[in-house]
Design a protein around this ligand. Sequence first.
Ligand SMILES: CC/C=C\C/C=C\C/C=C\CCCC(=O)SCCNC(=O)CCNC(=O)[C@H](O)C(C)(C)COP(=O)(O)OP(=O)(O)OC[C@H]1O[C@@H](n2cnc3c(N)ncnc32)[C@H](O)[C@@H]1OP(=O)(O)O
Ligand SMILES: Cc1cc2nc3c(=O)[nH]c(=O)nc-3n(C[C@H](O)[C@H](O)[C@H](O)COP(=O)(O)OP(=O)(O)OC[C@H]3O[C@@H](n4cnc5c(N)ncnc54)[C@H](O)[C@@H]3O)c2cc1C
Length: 648
Amino acid sequence: MAAANRDAFWAPSSKVNPDLARERESATFDVRELTHIIDGSPDRTKRRKELENLLYSEPVFRDVGRLSMERDEIYEQGVLKSIKLFEWSRKYKWDDDDFELASRLANHDISMSLQHAMFIPAIERLASDTQKAKWLPRALHYEMIGTYAQTELGHGTNLMELETTATFDPERNEFIMNSPTVTSMKWWPGALGKSSNTAIVLAQLIVKGKNHGLHPFLVPLRSMEDHTPLPGISVGDIGPKMALNCIDNGFLIMKNVRIPRENMFMKNAEVTRDGRFISRGVDKANYATMVLVRVKITRWAFESLSDGATTAVRYSVVRRQSSLKPGERELQVLDYQSQQYKVLPALAASYAFLMTNRSLHRLYDSVHADIMAGNTKLLAELHCQSSALKAYMSEVVVQLLELCRQACGGHGYLASSGIGLLCASSAPLVTVEGENSVLYQQAARYLMKQVAKAVVGDPVASGFQYLLTQSSSDRPDIRIQNLADCGNLDTLLQVYQRMAFSVVTGAARKLQMAIESGVEQHVAWNNNMVSLIQAARFYALHGIAKEAGYFLATPTLTPDQFELVRAAELQAMAKVRHDAVPLVDAFDLHDICLHSALGCYDGNVYERLYALAQTSSLNKTQVHPAYYKHIRGLVKDGQKQLRQQSKL
Ligand SMILES: CC/C=C\C/C=C\C/C=C\CCCC(=O)SCCNC(=O)CCNC(=O)[C@H](O)C(C)(C)COP(=O)(O)OP(=O)(O)OC[C@H]1O[C@@H](n2cnc3c(N)ncnc32)[C@H](O)[C@@H]1OP(=O)(O)O
Ligand SMILES: Cc1cc2nc3c(=O)[nH]c(=O)nc-3n(C[C@H](O)[C@H](O)[C@H](O)COP(=O)(O)OP(=O)(O)OC[C@H]3O[C@@H](n4cnc5c(N)ncnc54)[C@H](O)[C@@H]3O)c2cc1C
């Protein structure tokens, strides 16, 4: 789309859809005040606006062209956006919060997103002080452009079986990096294919023939002069994906690549000059970067879901379709109870996920500070919480975004709705940084340990006190006798704790019985995996309604109480429906960030759909070249055959 049209497209219109305007006039709260809470403070709102002005004054961040771009153009635009953010970050000395916020305003359409998402954080967490002094300036000034290369073609989850090797050569005081098999090539790391000149490579450390397990190594990939791959390095893009195609996820094969001994990250372990292996701190400390990204993913879950909820809610009040009573005006589709049931859980979950991410981030910051000071006591609890919440929130986001798409009817299937791209770009959140089934089990593993402690009366971790309170014989009955009781958050918390206690201890009992029956531990674990994963999952009324089985099959709710919860849920939806538009307006998403013809602030959906249709590459000419090449011949032949038939 030409620049002038592009600017016209995004300019907010003074003409606001009347239905949308009316919804805003009837807000029952101060939207701006809620925006400040969502941003974190009035100052953070102000900061966000400053960064919006900075980014959206740049053509590359305003482009609507991405709907019909070729992959190379998408990649190059993502590189350009990355470099803009890097230049501004250096020029204005952005902190991590500013960089994360700018990245979000760019929809994470950043080819070299791993530089700040993993490469720099890994150096900060896994390098010795001497290595940090050497490598951080080169990473922060973008001489080193990096990635985090752990996953291989043959293994992603099971880190113990990763095959890349780093063999110490005492003669030359070097490590020799190798990809010994086809399945050992690194596969998937972001920005590895074409952008990065350096990688943090996770490899099995071999010293004097002994394997000392997985350790991180800094491996130069490409010349700092002309970006050509260095000797022994074979690297490239793994091909187009469902979305996130600005990112050059790549492959890496190393054949006898030599790196200095000093390139092994040495905060948690080292190999001395004379070939002695020394381990420091806990061996899982090298997994610290993965824990950080899992926490980030809970933030991305909120961002994706609030985008989807904003589009679906605004479109659902603009779209009028069918009437409840013949002859009456067509209804705003959000007035259908079924539409509320599709769309409002995404709105509710957006707010719940925002608060959950903040709570998890506080835990992370506290535990990370302890770990940096050598105290790893709470690492296991952080691992459990980050694993369970990353898994649960990414799972729910994928489900609810698809419902938001369905709620937008046919137009939700258009790229210009933005919601299809949102579904596709959020889809990998259930896989990256630990596939969900695997992470749920990590949480379940920790839960089983807490149950074992609770059973013998030992103290349990702070987040699991319900295992003690719910087990006591004098625990109070669940007080749900009317609709009002269903709005009592303490009561709802008690319901969840009661159910969780039953499901978690039930899973533990099944596991224990299997083991006591003589089944080996790992077989018993696999045979009870679904129960263990369920024990690691569970939000308020909708969560109860959606998971009815667990609340009714355990001594938690009676059928009558469950019916009260269902009625309360529908009542709550009708109430939230009244404020649905102000509640999404409070996310205060700029139209460029939302990138949706259905979700734009002014609600002029039809004009924008038509305007974006003009950008379709098929509309470059009135008659497409395919007519002259193929269709014309078909029509002429048809005419010829009809003439011949008419003569018969
Ligand atoms: C809007 C969207 C925009 C963009 C989004 C899309 C894409 C870009 C974003 C991000 C890029 C993604 C980057 C990656 O994916 S990097 C690769 C990530 N890979 C993984 O996460 C691998 C998953 N596998 C594992 O973590 C582990 O192998 C395991 C499955 C957890 C098993 O661990 P393992 O050591 O093999 O064996 P266990 O016996 O289960 O564990 C032993 C022991 O260690 C403890 N443990 C395990 N992991 C951790 C950890 N991270 N921190 C702390 N402790 C850990 C575990 O609890 C156990 O402890 P015990 O005391 O019980 O023995
Ligand atoms: C968009 C994207 C970006 C990525 N970026 C990076 C990156 O920057 N760096 C990097 O190193 N990696 C990256 N990855 C790789 C990612 O971390 C892996 O895909 C992920 O760890 C899962 O590993 P896998 O794909 O090998 O699946 P596998 O581990 O082979 O699992 C396949 C399936 O088997 C099942 N399964 C496996 N193990 C278990 C188990 N123990 N219990 C129950 N079920 C199980 C699950 O259903 C799982 O989905 C990226 C992936 C994607 C999609």
